[in-house]
Design a protein around this ligand. Structure first.
Ligand code: TTP
Ligand code: MG
Ligand code: MG
Length: 364
């Protein structure tokens, strides 16, 4: 008997909103639409401190971009429309966007305030069906919310993300598994997903200028320079990424969040805030009659990237010190030192009632 097996490639999409904060502002202030719009710190006539959160594409024509000091943005275009960041409003729009995207997702993973990965392998197994589905999603978001987005489609999260960058603004880009490696080969190393500024400098100094150079690197050399992270980057450079699209489960858990008044990279201040949240969460759980076995720490950086890290305590605990110690150790391992944080969250899950008799449903 001959058995034929086919490698069925997943279809992964990354939907990322275009100039998100500024697009939300244009939505509620149509009169600014034709102007350069910069969302971020107060420019104070060029004396302001702080940075640009984002700006619309008109403002980008003047060289303004996310993360740039607001004083420089002001110098580049003093008569641009400068607006403060309104987190609560963007989050409410983000919720609406995510709700639409979820309707099409076989698996869903929100990666930032304005982007989500979806696995649509069943509904869109080939190029035509994938592009058609992306168009449907894009049109629905625009018709219902008035916000533009771009969609990257690929055989994995890495390629979907990089295809989305190439699709911007307001576009759709499909990259098949056969095209994946070639699609990224000529890009400068700093453009490869997962490569930050510091790593880019390191890789360049090792002679890897383009993604293609890294794709044929000596793996041993990479590992001794970067550890296991080197293996990950080597796979990325070859267009490979096996990480699944994964729901960030936050249900059946008890948690609290804290937004810093000013973005901070002060580790002492952050650890203090984590300890305070840990105590509050433990006392919340205890008031509701729960013990817990897992602690999750959420770090939201100033650029709105969000990282969730979880760790098991090893047993079912009621002790606030377990939450605090676990959360602090997660912080020490996961924090990208020097990167300002905007918000942190502590959450416990793996909940059981003290007596272990009632079902969770009786409480939540
Ligand atoms: P991005 O998706 O990176 O950028 P964007 O949506 O503004 O523009 P693009 O069309 O290129 O996708 O980030 C989403 C939002 O996160 C952005 O609108 C504002 C916020 N943000 C910051 O506050 N600081 C930053 O450095 C970055 C990169 C984003
Ligand atoms: Mg965006
Ligand atoms: Mg984004």
């Amino acid at each position: 008997m001959i058995v034929l097996t086919f490698d069925i490639m997943p279809t992964i999409m990354l939907i990322d909103m275009d100039y998100f904060f500024a697009a939300c502002e244009e939505l509620r202030k149509p009169e600014i639409r034709s102007k350069p719009v910069v969302v971020g710190a107060d420019p104070k006539k060029g004396m302001g401190r702080g940075v640009v959160s984002t700006c619309n594409y008109k403002a980008r024509e003047f060289g303004i971009h996310s993360g740039m000091p607001i004083s420089i943005a002001y110098r580049l275009k003093p008569d641009a429309v400068f607006l403060p960041v309104d987190d609560a409003y963007y989050e409410s729009m983000s919720d609406k966007v995510m709700k639409i995207i979820k309707e099409y997702a076989e698996k869903f993973e929100q990666a930032s305030i304005d982007e989500a990965f979806i696995d649509v392998s069943k509904a869109a197994p080939d190029k035509n069906s994938a592009i058609e589905l992306a168009q449907t999603i894009k049109e629905r978001i625009y018709k219902e919310l008035g916000l533009p987005c771009s969609i990257g489609i690929g055989p994995n999260k890495l390629i979907a993300k990089m295809a989305c960058e190439a699709a911007k603004p307001n576009g759709i880009k499909y990259v098949s598994s056969e095209e994946a490696k070639q699609f990224i080969a000529d890009m400068p190393i700093g453009k490869l997903y997962g490569v930050g500024k510091k790593t880019a400098i390191k890789l360049e100094s090792m002679g890897y200028k383009k993604v293609a150079d890294l794709a044929k690197a000596n793996l041993q050399k990479l590992i001794s320079a970067l550890g296991t992270y080197g293996i990950e980057l080597y796979n990325y450079a070859n267009g490979k990424d096996e990480s699944p699209v994964q729901e960030n489960y936050e249900i059946k858990s008890i948690g609290r969040e804290h937004t810093f008044e000013k973005d901070t990279a002060n580790e002492e201040e952050i650890e203090e805030a984590i300890a305070k949240l840990a105590k509050e969460v433990a006392s919340d759980a205890s008031a509701k009659g729960f013990a817990f076995s897992t602690v999750t720490l959420k770090l939201r950086y100033a650029n709105f990237e969000e990282h969730l890290k979880s760790k098991g305590i090893g047993y079912s605990s009621k002790d606030e010190r377990d939450v605090e110690n676990t959360a602090i150790s997660l912080f020490k391992n996961a924090y990208e030192r020097g990167e300002p944080l905007r918000k942190i969250g502590v959450r416990v899950s793996g909940l059981t009632t003290f007596k272990g008799q009632k079902s969770l449903r009786d409480y939540l």
